[in-house]
Design a protein around this ligand. Structure first.
Ligand SMILES: [Zn+2]
Length: 94
């Protein structure tokens, strides 16, 4: 049987498993809390995880999308996604 320790600080107290990129990662409660509060502190995370997504849209939709996104599709999508994620959280609404 594996003895689990926190990925962050090697503590074995209050361990929790979080799925990052579908891989289970073990964190202690302290590290988990600090990771989550970091994630929520600002709407614009300075360090992120990049994942590839395939998106199918009609030609018209792509044209509209590109017109709105200017030269930065990623930025445009991130803005929409972060906004919609924040809206789901009733505590974060202003
Ligand atoms: Zn830890």
């Amino acid at each position: 049987m594996n003895k689990s320790v926190c990925e962050h600080c090697d503590s074995s107290i209050n361990l929790t498993i979080i799925y990052v990129d579908e891989i289970p990662v073990t964190y202690c409660k302290t590290c988990k809390v600090s990771l989550f509060s970091k994630k929520r502190s600002v709407g614009r995370p300075s360090i992120g995880i990049t994942k590839k997504v395939s998106l199918t849209l009609t030609k018209d939709d792509w044209e509209q999308f590109d017109a709105k996104a200017k030269h930065n599709r990623s930025f445009f999508l991130r803005k929409i996604i972060v906004k919609s994620l924040n809206e789901e959280d009733p505590g974060e609404n202003r």
